[in-house]
Structure formats: structure tokens, C-alpha cells
Write a new protein. Sequence first.
Length: 318
Amino acid sequence: MDVTFTAEQDALRAAVRDLLADRCGIDHVRDVMESETGADLDLYRRLVEVGAAELPGALELGIVLEECGRAVAPTPAVSALGIAVPALEAAGADELLAAARGGEAIPVMALDPDHVVEGHVATHLLFVEGGELIAAEAAQCEIAPLATMDLTRRMARVRRNGGSAVGDAVAALRAVERTGTVAVSHELVGVGQIALERGLAHAKGREQFGKPIGTYQAVSHRLVDSFIAVECARSLAYYAAWAIDADTPDADLAASQAKASAAEGAVLAARHVLQVHGGIGMTWEADLHLFLKRAHSGAALLGTASQHRRRIADLIGV
């Protein structure tokens, strides 16, 4: 495994980070959060324009979604680009895949029709029925938005009234279990990273008794624990992406290890940084609840940490 990024991968990260810095500041996230859908579809299409829907592998997808997590981007990037697009590619659904890569379609997997993440903004819903992957246009479905804790990532209840078979459901689910799981892991790494950055900045700038609060062990230990958790999750996520691209025998194991670590790491970092901020961290005006909510919503998506640890045990025969 080559642990360095290529010039092309660094350029991809820079392009996505610049786009998000320009179009997705925290004030914009708050504005979108208060909107009817809680999603910025124009920003999603801009991500598609920079190539986020036609990347060469899971590693490049991870780079894009880590940056989206770091910006807490209110777009269906994970649901569409991280989960549905790899599923369409694996299933051989070429027509809808081409539309998704061109930005004309926003596909979302309806793995649990009662709780479809970002189903309310999808143009196409993907259902698994028997051995077939069924694609239905939004107009062919009954879609009921649901109340969610994370207002930047909403869900919907979906019922299909039409649609047609577009590919192999078994292959699609395989891609969700591998690429989709690792994609969510990368976004969680980004969420943990932005929480940590905010915590470090506050610990350096806030003073108590004439000293920065970061000099006190109660604060510094929380930040160190958060740093370790985020860095471990990052390493596991990028290894898992590499393993998927290389189709190594341990790719399934690596995917579950990445998700378990990223889910726990992001929640830990967001919770600890909120504590570092003290009472102000609990307020609506502070941004920390955005990170904590996104960490929790991502931690539950495609399997919790405990569910993936059970899968790890099964895979290694424990």
C-alpha cells in the first residue's frame, strides 16, 4: 500500500475544499438547515461538476467526502455519490449511472423504505426486490418527509408505485456494504476533524485564571483523546478505500473496521469539543451541535459501531 497521495489526489482535495470554503461556510449551512428541504442541491451539482460523480476509485471518493464532512455540507453527497452511484455501477445500471454522473439525476438507495436518508430530494429511488435493483422516479413514489435530529441530513418515508428493474441487486448491495460503508466513514472523519479544529482553536484562545484553558489537563486530555480517535479513524478509512480499489481479501473486514472506528471517533470528538467549550457549547448559537448531530446521524448510517464490531467478529471467526 502506498501511503502517500498522488498529485492528482491532492489537486482533487484542494478543488473540493476551495469549493466548499467558497460556497459552504457555516452561516450558509445554518441557512440551508432552516430551509424546507435542508439540502443545497446547487452545491451538490457543483460537486458533480468538479468530478465527484465519476471518480476513479474509493480512495478519491473518500477524499471528496472527508472534505464534505469537514464542511458539514448540507447536500446528498454521501447518499447519492457515496452509496447510490457505486451501487448503480456495480449493478450495471448504465443509463441511470450516466445521468447521475452528468448531474441530471440524484439517485438514493431506499434500503429501508421507512427511513430513506435524503429520499425527499432524490430524483430516483433505488429499491432492492428479490435479486433485482428497481429504480423509480420520485414522481412514481409517495414520499413523506420525516422529522430528524440532524436538520442538515433529513429522511423520508417512501412507497413505490412504479419503476423498473435496472440491474443486479446482489452486486448493488455488495457495493453498498463495501464502498458505501467506507464512504460514510470518510465523511465521519471529516466531521471529527472540524470538531477537533474548533476545539483546538477555542482551547488556545480562551483563558481562565490568566492561562489558556488548553494548558489544563481536563481540557488537553479531551483534545488528545479526540485527536487519537480521529487519526485512527482516518488511517482505517483510507486503508479500507485502498483495499476496495485493490480488491484485497480483507476489504470487507477493513470496511467494518473503518466504520466502527469512524462512528465512535466522530461522536467522541464532537462530544469532547462541546465539553471543552463549556456552557456556551450547549447553545443553539454555537456551531458545535451541528457537528455532534452530523456525527450521530453518520454513525447510524449503514450500521452502527456495535453492529460493525459484531460483523468483524464474524469475519475473523470469533
